[in-house]
Write a protein that binds this ligand. Structure first.
Ligand SMILES: [Mn+2]
Length: 303
């Protein structure tokens, strides 16, 4: 496809259309148009709080995608063809590692701009400049675009919410729960931390559950990061009057893993690059019921 010579004349709808057509070949997307697109996306994200409250409707959750465009396309196709599923949450780590990370992030951004009331994204630990400059995203941006595009992506990532509360029963976040109690009214009030681990809220993006633990222990992942156990999960669910935590962040061969007597579900949706051994899954949350599905088992229609 050709580059558009005069992007100034384009409306928002045309920019979305142009980028949508270009998703399969992101190297041909015009830089000015990408910057406009990121601006539209940031407008939506800036209005969202650190914690987003969603209505208790049938909701699809995608775990880490890490540049696996094939899985992402299958899941959106399934979402489009099952109108009873009203909301979709992409639970962080869209970029880095897999080769098609630009295709993935553009697809997610375009979907959210077109449907900001049904498409939601939480921040993963890779939606952070201090991480994604080392795990593939910066080199992709520099290969196809320039430093400004990379920086603008990261300014948008800083506006991603840290967690989602679904109705009054489920809590969805990329990593897990912090070892200190957190309070939802504060998360609805405070600005989102630009640098996640500068506050305890960064643990939402980084922590991992460990079945054998009761309280917590230090994580191998780094400073200010922890493994959390059963008592912390029970306390968190009780404090917030919730039933379930859904998180991602860890690759399991099965594509998902239950913890703590079905109080926490870990879900992973990438099968590319280092995750070839994973059978990627999604979760459907519906009136306090959870269905876990293999992405390869989803019924997909031809476009
Ligand atoms: Mn992660």
């Amino acid at each position: 496809m050709n580059k558009i010579s005069d992007p100034d004349i384009l409306s928002k709808d045309l920019i979305i259309e142009y980028c949508e057509v270009g998703i399969e070949n992101p190297q041909f997307l015009h830089i000015d148009i990408i910057l406009d697109l990121l601006g539209y996306w940031r407008e939506i994200l800036t209005k969202q709080r650190m914690l987003v409250d969603l209505k208790d409707e049938k909701t699809l959750v995608i775990g880490d995608i890490h540049g696996d465009f094939e899985q992402l396309k299958r899941v959106f196709n399934y979402f489009d063809n099952n109108k009873d599923i009203r909301q979709i949450i992409i639970n962080g780590d869209i970029i880095d590692r897999g080769d098609k990370m630009l295709e993935c992030i553009f697809m997610v951004i375009i979907r959210q701009i077109k449907n900001p009331d049904t498409v939601f994204v939480t921040r993963g630990n890779h939606e952070d400049k201090s991480i994604n400059e080392f795990y593939g995203f910066k080199s992709k941006c520099m290969q196809y675009y320039n430093q400004e595009v990379f920086d603008e992506f990261n300014l948008s990532f800083e506006q991603l919410p840290y967690a989602i509360k679904l109705g009054d029963w489920a809590f969805i976040t990329h990593g897990g729960i912090p070892v200190e109690p957190i309070f939802f009214h504060m998360m609805r009030l405070l600005p989102k931390p630009k640098h996640p681990l500068s506050t305890e809220y960064g643990q939402l993006l980084w922590n991992d559950p460990k079945e054998v633990l009761n309280t917590y222990s230090k994580s191998k992942r780094g400073e200010k990061i922890y493994y959390f156990g059963r008592d912390l999960v029970d306390n968190f669910l009780e404090l917030h009057n919730l039933k379930l935590i859904v998180r991602s962040h860890e690759a399991f061969e099965l594509g998902f893993q239950w913890f703590f007597d079905f109080k926490l579900l870990s879900i992973f949706s990438s099968s590319t690059g280092p995750y070839e051994y994973v059978n990627p899954h999604i979760a459907i949350l519906d009136s306090e019921n959870v269905t876990v599905m293999a992405i390869k088992s989803l019924e997909i229609s031809d476009e």
